[in-house]
Design a protein around this ligand. Structure first.
Ligand code: DOR
Length: 454
């Protein structure tokens, strides 16, 4: 007979970030779930991890990554991308649809889920890509297993996905019920201003002038109007400007907000001086006044989520002269160390960070059973040492692109273990066992799809 006190794993004596605050607790794990939170010193268990002097967070959910499979595996694949995630303390990722082919049909989406089951180190979900040709499929796709929601590119970036026709935007927002995540840059303005970076001698310093704050604002403003007209909540990805934050603060009922660690940590022109095209991303890193506004919005409660927007490109591609260099930088492995460093510097509290990296994504996307340290939830835990000082370096990166814009930056705060559904996947910087990632389960799709198991 099974001993009711027997656990598979106990994480002992850590400072646990629970929904009711930070408490020293033991976490008892059985059959992949959190089975008990409390004092478990005398309980029997197959395995015990000593977390004394460490913090135990709910597993980190990175709700915006680009892992490039299928089609662009020379930059990244689901194995290397998710290995990078696990090493960075991330337990689940939501991956974007700008692969080759773009994820615009039910078959494309189930193909990604099949690949994920074979090689992902962390749990995963994939976005359905909005496009004219995807319109007939979006409602089917958003009900499929492993679908995190729908992604719209209002301005062109990496890949061919684009919704620049206003009718298509309305039609996407009219169909379906799941979360729609949107890249807001105005395509018409981008095209109009493109000649300014095609002149002889253009450099990455011009990137934030080409893709200027007005470009971002115009798209966000139109999105909010359309979302209201269609009665659909939207999630605005990687917001970069003071003006958008002011507007979004007035639309809390219809829009949620994401920022990235890059936009919170890097600043123009310094990043372009130091990193050139390696600092190029869409929307761009901007000047200090915008960075300050992002921090203010974060601390005022306007920001709901931090996502890494991990977007790897090879060094050879990034070394092309601007503007032929692709936009995007890797970030899934540095997301948590960078943000813990901001916690240690007093810019936000650990509780607020857990809200942005765990509760926020779970709430916005309707994740069924992750994002909190609560009995009954998946035993996804990220154990961190807030006192560890470490220099971030290129050679730590498991991403196939093998570089990071944060090379040489010393941070305080580091993930020591990544536990997914009770399995220790990463310990002290090493991956353990075999990839065991599974599709993330979503509450909203379960309600609307009787064929999926609850
Ligand atoms: O800089 C970016 N890179 N922004 C995006 O929207 C896409 C991403 C990529 O996939 O490379």
């Amino acid at each position: 007979m099974q001993n009711a006190d027997a656990f598979d794993l106990i994480v002992q004596g850590g400072r646990c970030v629970t929904p009711s605050g930070i408490e020293t607790l033991d976490v008892g794990i059985r059959e992949g779930r959190i089975a008990a939170l409390g004092s478990l010193a005398t309980a029997t268990t197959k395995e015990r991890i000593d977390a004394k002097d460490l913090h135990v967070l709910p597993g980190i959910i990175d709700s915006q990554v680009h892992f490039r499979e299928p089609g662009l595996e020379h930059k990244e694949d689901l194995g290397t991308g998710t290995a990078s995630a696990a090493l960075g303390g991330v337990t689940a990722i939501f991956e974007m649809p700008n692969t080759v082919p773009s994820t615009t049909s039910p078959e494309d989406l189930s193909d990604k889920v099949r690949r994920g089951r074979e090689k992902a180190w962390v749990d995963f979900a994939f976005f359905a890509g909005a496009a004219d040709e995807a319109l007939p499929h979006l409602e089917t796709m958003e009900k499929q297993e492993g679908c995190s929601g729908v992604k719209i590119f209002m301005g062109s970036s990496t890949g061919s996905l684009l919704v620049d026709d206003h009718d298509v935007l309305e039609q996407v927002l009219m169909r379906g019920t799941r979360r729609v995540a949107v890249h807001c840059e105005d395509e018409a303005r981008l095209r109009e201003r493109r000649p300014m970076v095609e002149k002889e001698g253009a450099t990455a310093h011009m990137h934030p002038s080409w893709r200027d704050p007005r470009t971002a604002y115009l798209a966000t403003e139109r999105l909010l109007k359309t979302a209201r007209k269609c009665g659909r909540r939207v999630h605005v990805l990687h917001v970069t400007t003071a003006e958008e934050m002011e507007l979004l603060a007035d639309h809390r009922d219809i829009a949620t907000v994401e920022v990235t660690p890059q936009h919170l940590s890097l600043v123009a022109p310094d990043c372009y001086d130091r990193l050139g095209t390696y600092a190029q991303m869409n929307p761009p890193i901007r000047e200090e006044s915008h960075r300050k506004a992002l921090w203010k919005a974060l601390n005022d409660g306007i920001v709901d989520v931090i996502g890494s927007d991990h977007a790897p490109h090879t060094r050879t591609e990034k070394d092309r002269p601007y503007p032929d260099s692709p936009s995007g930088m890797p970030g899934v492995q540095t997301l948590l160390p960078l943000m813990l460093d901001h916690v240690n510097a007093g810019r936000l509290s650990l509780i607020r960070l857990v809200d942005l990296l765990c509760h926020g994504p779970a709430r916005i996307y309707g994740v069924a059973n992750k994002g909190r340290l609560t009995v009954g939830y998946d035993a996804d835990l990220t154990i961190v040492d807030l006192n560890a000082f470490n220099a971030i370096s290129h050679d730590q990166m498991a991403s196939r692109c093998a570089w990071t814009p944060f090379h040489g930056r010393t941070v305080s705060g580091w993930p020591l273990s990544t536990i997914i559904r009770g399995n220790i996947v990463m310990k002290d910087g090493n991956l353990l066992g075999d990839p065991l990632g599974e599709p993330v389960r979503f509450a909203e799709s379960f309600k609307s799809n009787p064929n999926l198991e609850t």
